[in-house]
Design a binder for this molecule. Sequence first.
Ligand SMILES: [Cu+2]
Length: 109
Amino acid sequence: MSKRDPKSTGEEINNVENDQEQWQMRPQETEVLIDFFSFIPQDITVAPGATVTWVNRDDVQHGVASSDKTFKSKVLRTDDKFSFKFDEPGTYEYHCSIHPKMRGKVIVQ
Ligand SMILES: [Cu+2]
């Protein structure tokens, strides 16, 4: 007489592994707020492939421009957004195209 249980075939364990793989593949999205003439947070670190979206919450116009010209937004009015996808690892310093003293940094690693 066999005591083998036909339900314990490992199917449930395989399902758990598949779920974890999907979670790791999910693209990362991060927001940077523009308010009080500042980028908030000023420095952010994201994984390669992440999309960063800047949102102008200030009541004056701002822009987002990287120092090495990798990306540049149009003029952002209140509640306007600008997104850029960072595929290449590196440090991306940027400033406001209207107020050059406003500075921020995106670190991709
Ligand atoms: Cu500005």
